[in-house]
Write a protein that binds this ligand. Sequence first.
Ligand code: C2E
Ligand code: MG
Ligand code: MG
Length: 389
Amino acid sequence: MNEDSKTITLPALESALANDRLVYYYQPKISLVTGKPSGAEALLRWVEPDGTIIPPAAFIPLAEEAGFITHIARAMFPKLIADLLIINDVNDSLVVSFNLTAQDFESSEMTDLIRGAILSSQFDPARLQIELTEASIIDSGKPVVRERLQNLVDMGVTLAMDDFGTGYSSIDTLSQWPFKVIKLDRDMIRRMNDCPKSTAIVQSSIRMAHALGISIIAEGIETSEIYDFLMQEGCTEAQGYWMAKPLPMAEFLGFIKKDQRWSGLPVGLIHIAQLDHIHWRKTIIDQVVNRSFDNSGSSQVQRFTAELDHTKCRLGRWIFGLGKEFKGHEAFDQLEEPHHRLHEIGKELVAAAERNAPHAEMAVLLRELTRTSSLLLSLLQELENQAAF
Ligand code: C2E
Ligand code: MG
Ligand code: MG
C-alpha cells in the first residue's frame, strides 16, 4: 500500500475536491505515423497546499468503493472542458482523453454534462475521448450504460478501451461496445522485455485492431527500443515516460508549443495494408475458382464472402481511414483508382461465376484481377520506400 493511502479518508478527499485541490495533469500521446503529438490523457492529481502530490492510485479505489467517483467526475468535467478549449487554441488537432468508469453512466448526469458541453462549446466532439476499462463495464453490466455511451459516440465523442490485455473477455466486449480505440496495458508492454508470449500478444492485438478498423495505442513506453518496435509493428499511437510524463497544464502547453518530433515510420501500417490486400485476393480467387472449376459434383453452393465494396474491404478502410496520413505521397494518391478497378473486376468475377460463365472468360478476368493486384502491391511497396526516407 502507498504511504499516502494510509492516511486518506473520504472526508479528506471530499474536502480536497471542494477546495480545488484535484487537478488534471496531461500526459502527451505521440502518433507513430507522423511522430508528432496527437493528443493527451488527462490524469487526476491531488495537490496538497505544501505542494505534495498524491497520485490517483492512492485515492481512486477509495472513491470508487464509496461511490464518490461519480462526484469527482462531474465536478472535474467543467475543468477538463476549460483546459480542452485552451489546448485546442494552441493545437486544434489534439484529442484529449479522460478516464471515467461505467458507474459514471448509471445515472444520466454525466451524459447530460458531456452533451451540454458539446452543444454549447466551440469544440469538435471528435477532440474528446472517454477511456473506460473493460473491468468497469463488466462490473456494471447495465444495458443503459451502453445506450448512454452509444449516444455520446453518435455525437462524435470517441471511446477507448483502457488497460486492454489485463484479463476478461476483451474481444467479446470489443465487438459489443462502440470502442474506436484500444489502449494496450502498460504492464503488458513492460513484460515484452522478458516474455516472448507478451510480445506475441501485443503483435496480434495490433493486427486484430487493424482488422476491426480501430486505432491502437500503447501506454507505458519507457525506452526507444519499445517505441521503435511498436512503430514497426503498426501500432498507431504511443504514450509513456520515454516521451513525456504526465505534466501540469502549463507545462503541457509548453510541450506542445515546442513542436517536437519523434520518429514516425509508418511501415508497419503499410505492411498490414499489404497483408490485408493479399488476404482479400486469395479469398476471392479461392471462392471463384471453387465455384467455377469444381468438377466434384458437390451440391454445396460456394458462398462469396470477399467484401466487394471498395470502401469496406480492409484495404479500403485503411485508404479512407488511417492511410489518409499518407495523402500527398505520390504512391498513395495513385492507389485509389486501381483499388476501385480491382473491386469492379471482383464484382464481374463473382457475377460470372454465378452464371457459370465459360472458363476462358473467367481466366481473362482472373488475369486482370491479379495484374491489378500486382500494381496495387507495387504502389504499396513504393509508398513504404517513400515513407521510410
Ligand atoms: P490509466 O488510465 O491506465 O493511466 C495510465 C497510467 O500509466 C498513469 O498513471 C500514467 O502516469 C502511467 N504511465 C504512463 N506512462 C508510463 C510509463 O512509461 N511508465 C509507467 N510506469 N507508468 C506510466 P496515473 O496517472 O498514476 O494513473 C493511474 C490510474 O488512475 C489511471 O490508469 C486511471 O485508471 C486512474 N485515473 C487517473 N485519473 C483518473 C480519473 O480522472 N478518473 C478515474 N476514474 N480514474 C483515473
Ligand atoms: Mg486511462
Ligand atoms: Mg491504462
